[in-house]
Structures are given as C-alpha cells and as structure tokens.
Ligand binder design. Structure first.
Ligand SMILES: NC(=O)c1ccc[n+]([C@@H]2O[C@H](COP(=O)([O-])OP(=O)(O)OC[C@H]3O[C@@H](n4cnc5c(N)ncnc54)[C@H](OP(=O)(O)O)[C@@H]3O)[C@@H](O)[C@H]2O)c1
Length: 284
C-alpha cells in the first residue's frame, strides 16, 4: 500500500476506511464490529471517524473492533492510524480538549493519530489550534488538521501563523467533485499537506456510473474501483471510502494498486470535466 507523507515526516496509508453511518443503531453493532474486524484482517490500517458519527457510536464500534483485534494479536496499536474529528460547536479551547478526551475513551486509545476540526465554526480558530497544540504536547494526539476548509480558510489559518503544523485538509473529492483541483489541491501540495478525499465514490453513486463502468470493463475493474484509483492517481491524496460489505472492502483495497492508463484518464475527463474556474467548496 502506497503511503502519503504528512508535514513533519510521518505517514499514513493512501487508502483507509470511513465510518460514517456506523454506530447509529444497537441492532447493527455486532455486524459493524465484525465488518471492521474483517477490514483489519484484509489489511486496512487507516480508519476515519468523528464524534458526530452516530453521536459517538461510530467511535465506540471502532474502539470495540480495535480492542478485539489488539487482544487477538491481529495488529498492533502502532500499525493503526486513527483519525477523529471535533464538532465545530465543541471546538472552543476547553471544549476541544474535553471532546478529545471523550473520543479517546470511546475508542479506547490513549492517543489519536490525527484530530481534525470537522468544519469551520463560530469558535475562534486560534482557541481550537491552541487546544490541538496542547493535546499534541500531552501526547493525546499525534497530529492535527482541518476538514471542509476552502482556500480562503486555509489562507486565514496561514496568516494567523497557524498552518505550519496543520497536517491535512479533509474535503469531498471524487470524479464528480473536482473543484479542489483548481486551486486548493495545488496549494496543499505546494506545502506538502495531504488532501484526505472523503466520499470518494459519492456515497455509492459513482459505483453505478455508466462512464466509470465502461472504463472498468476495459481494464477489468469495477466502477467504484475506477473512482478510487482515479482519486489516488496523484501525489499527496488519501482516500477514505466507507464500506461494510466484505466484497466492497476487498475491492476498495485492491483499487489502491490499480493504475489508470491515459485512455482511462481521458475518458474520465470527458465524462467529468476538470474545473475551469474557482468554485465554492463542495460539502456533504
Ligand atoms: N469530513 C467530512 O465532513 C466528511 C464528510 C463525509 C464523509 N466523511 C468520511 O469519509 C468517509 C467516506 O465517505 P462516505 O461514507 O460519505 O461515502 P463513500 O465512501 O463515497 O461511499 C460509501 C457507500 O459506498 C458503498 N461502497 C463502498 N465501496 C463500494 C464498492 N466497491 N462498490 C459499490 N459500492 C461501494 C458503501 O456500501 P457498504 O457500506 O454497504 O459496503 C456505502 O454505501 C465517511 O464514512 C467518513 O468517514 C467525512
């Protein structure tokens, strides 16, 4: 699995697993823990979650799966990279620290590998960043970053002299949502800051794309695999598709090794045109 380097030199796998919609009902919990154990068994090492998902439920399900996997010796803590996010309404200086404590408890982890502000909110960013830095100093998180920040928000972070230690910006990036290619992705790349691509298969919609299916037929891949390989084609991009079905988990991991040829890339450009001008950041 290709790895993507963070500012400062640490790295994370280029493909991980999303957890939105997990932990929402008790009835699904067993199957969800089993799906996460399967994912770990297949080789997933990067997990993306948030206090928002199932109001802590997704973190709790992931925590249960990780504890079981550690106990069974399937994987060690240091092999796993866990990302979580603070709600903007919790992101005051004190609130961020308290939210992180709750997330770590639900995950059963002393340390989160990466902790993100989920989207820009009304608490002053300086307080959130101070809390992130304090959490780093205490060893509660290894890195911090942001999510759903457009270029103006990234520039504001930089002007406040706060961007230097920001590890990533997690945004919607998929074949149909290419707006970030115009300015934001080059800006991040120039600073060695990875972009984490959420909803890389448009919440399953791209798995049914005729254009991607046609490309997949020619190269022996599914439409979803083409969508993922496309997101991962360049440097400095991490994709975090969510899946619970074993076939999806397998296909998505394999897509990280799939290389698209020039014909495939041209067909994708024809179906989903690259951006020609700046546009508001897409958000789910
Ligand atoms: N920072 C943010 O604001 C933000 C926003 C949205 C998402 N995220 C993160 O990004 C993750 C991924 O985004 P997402 O969950 O919105 O959407 P997604 O990953 O684009 O799509 C997930 C959906 O696609 C299906 N799927 C997965 N692999 C497939 C395959 N190979 N073939 C066909 N269908 C497949 C899944 O089905 P099954 O589950 O049934 O297998 C699920 O219904 C989230 O889970 C979350 O961790 C972050």
């Amino acid at each position: 699995m290709k790895r993507v380097t963070l500012p400062g030199g640490a790295s994370m796998p280029a493909l991980g697993l999303g957890t939105w919609r997990l932990g929402e009902t008790q009835a699904a919990r067993r199957a969800e823990v089993a799906a996460l154990r399967t994912a770990i068994g297949l080789g997933y090492r990067l997990f993306d979650t948030a206090e928002m998902y199932g109001e802590g439920g997704a973190e709790s399900v992931l925590g249960e799966a990780l504890r079981a996997a550690f106990a069974a010796g399937d994987v060690t803590r240091d092999e796993i990279f866990v990302v979580s996010k603070v709600y903007p309404h919790n992101a005051s200086r004190q609130g961020t620290i308290a939210a992180c404590d709750r997330s770590r408890a639900r995950l059963g982890l002393d340390r989160l590998d990466l902790y993100l502000l989920h989207w820009p909110g009304s608490h002053p960013l300086a307080g959130t960043v101070d809390a992130f830095e304090a959490l780093c100093a205490q060893g509660c998180i290894a890195h911090w970053g942001v999510s759903n920040f457009d270029l103006d928000a990234m520039r504001a972070l930089q002007r406040a002299d706060r961007a230097a230690r920001c590890a990533t910006n997690q945004v919607w990036y998929s074949a149909s949502q290419r707006g970030v290619e115009f300015e934001l992705l080059p800006w991040l790349r120039a600073r060695g800051m990875p972009l984490m691509a959420y909803s890389p298969i448009d919440q399953a919609a791209l798995a049914a794309s005729d254009a991607l299916e046609a490309i997949g037929r020619r190269i022996g891949a599914t439409a979803a695999q083409v969508a993922l390989a496309w997101v991962l084609r360049g440097e400095g991009v991490v994709a975090i598709p969510k899946a619970v079905r074993t076939a999806h988990l397998r296909d998505n991991l394999a897509a990280a090794e799939l290389k698209l040829d020039a014909t495939a890339l041209a067909a994708i450009d024809a179906a989903f045109a690259p951006p020609r001008r700046a546009a508001p950041l897409a958000m789910i």
